[in-house]
Design a binder for this molecule. Structure first.
Ligand code: GN1
Ligand code: MG
Length: 366
């Protein structure tokens, strides 16, 4: 979409001022995101506009209602504790008609947020200190939701972190072979099949009560949090579409697979891809602290397995999408999902080697 078109869409929202510039954000894998700057006699006001991917989020109104519930709850917590309620949570900007979304002539489903000022979204962890702060903020986010009534939430993506279900979807994709790519990924398929049993790890523990259900974020990668430019603290957790009942292992694991990796998620030189144990430790420290030591012993003990399973699950999802012909994640070239899958599987293999060390690190938090 060009600038003029986006300016026209922006007209529909309660923005302060007139739009003067648009920048596209290209890092998310699902929705289309634009930063819109507006000017008025009050100065510059900045906003984030997104087209929700409605082939993935089939009921976008339900997603928006979830987001409104969650952000309101967090705002209440921030106000009660005297924290910065303006920057500490996302704020949905309504349309001039008082609606939380705008559907354009082509059927695109638009939503808007206030831009979180004086904060940065990073694509790679730059220091242990930084990752401890990220962990603390994601842990704190979950703690803020500990007394949130999850029964008001719609399930935005059913079975989102049901690893067994992800495995079954992979089997279906392999059998359908929709994109005719199966023969070219023989080794990757074998890699997943050898690990089928592990896919039940979280499900089993939730089913028998060893691991409790909590309200979790479910997409805790580094670029879903804004860090304050001055203090470096994680000021605002974003991308709230997948907030749902889930396991703490998923939130911990997803952060590790992305942030503790030595390389980008689509790095193709696999010698450069491994898990950085010092980053694993740094995140664990912050996360457990952010949760104010409310995790059960069983949860803490299982954190290394959470990291391992989320990495495997994400690799399975990338490989499944490759087999399906790239219908889910945004890709930049035809092998992109395969490269991402191989990258995740390299991390999985590395974590298998380092499982004892990860368990040892976690010991000190018990
Ligand atoms: C997607 O939307 P984004 O880019 O923050 C995906 C996550 C994956 C991640 C892999 C709703 O996250 O589950 O872990 O890509 N989000 C959804 O990078 O599927
Ligand atoms: Mg995101």
């Amino acid at each position: 979409m060009n600038q003029a078109q986006i300016f026209l869409i922006a007209e529909n929202f309660e923005f302060i001022g007139t739009p003067i510039s648009v920048t596209e954000c290209t890092t998310g894998h699902i929705n289309s995101t634009y930063f819109v700057d507006c000017t008025s006699d009050q100065g510059l006001s900045r906003y984030v506009m997104q087209i929700v991917n409605t082939s993935i989020f089939k009921k976008p109104d339900e997603v928006m209602q979830n987001i409104l519930h969650v952000t309101k709850h967090i705002e209440g917590k921030l106000l009660a504790s005297g924290a910065d309620a303006e920057r500490g949570t996302l704020h949905v900007v309504f349309t001039k008609n008082g609606h939380y979304a705008y559907v354009d002539e082509e059927g695109n489903y638009w939503r808007a947020y206030k831009f979180v000022e004086d904060a940065t979204c990073y694509q790679a962890v730059e220091s242990e200190e930084m990752f401890t702060k990220v962990g603390k903020a994601f842990g704190n986010f979950q703690r803020q939701l500990a007394d949130f009534d999850a029964s008001v939430l719609f399930e935005s993506i059913p079975n989102f972190h049901n690893t067994e279900d992800r495995f079954n979807q992979f089997i279906t994709a392999m059998e359908n072979n929709a994109a005719g790519r199966r023969e070219s990924v023989h080794d990757e398929i074998a890699f997943v099949l050898r690990r089928q049993e592990t896919c039940s790890y979280i499900n089993e523990r939730i089913a028998d009560g060893r691991i409790p259900l909590r309200v979790t974020h479910n997409d805790t990668k580094l670029n879903n949090i804004m860090l304050d430019n001055e203090t470096g603290e994680g000021i605002c957790v974003i991308d709230l579409v997948t907030v749902m009942p889930g396991s703490v292992l998923a939130d911990f694991g997803d952060s590790i697979r992305f942030g503790a990796s030595s390389a980008a998620e689509d790095e193709t030189d696999l010698d450069k891809v491994f898990v950085r144990l010092e980053m694993f430790d740094a995140f664990a420290k912050g996360f457990i602290e952010g949760l104010d030591h409310s995790l059960t012993e069983e949860e803490i003990r299982s954190l290394p397995m959470g990291a391992y399973i989320l990495t495997l699950e994400t690799g399975i999802r990338f490989l499944t999408d490759y087999l399906n012909g790239d219908t889910y994640f945004r890709t930049s070239y035809s092998q992109h999902n395969l490269d991402r899958a191989r990258n995740q599987f390299k991390l999985v293999a590395d974590m298998e080697q380092k499982m004892d060390q990860m368990n040892q690190i976690i010991q000190k938090y018990l």
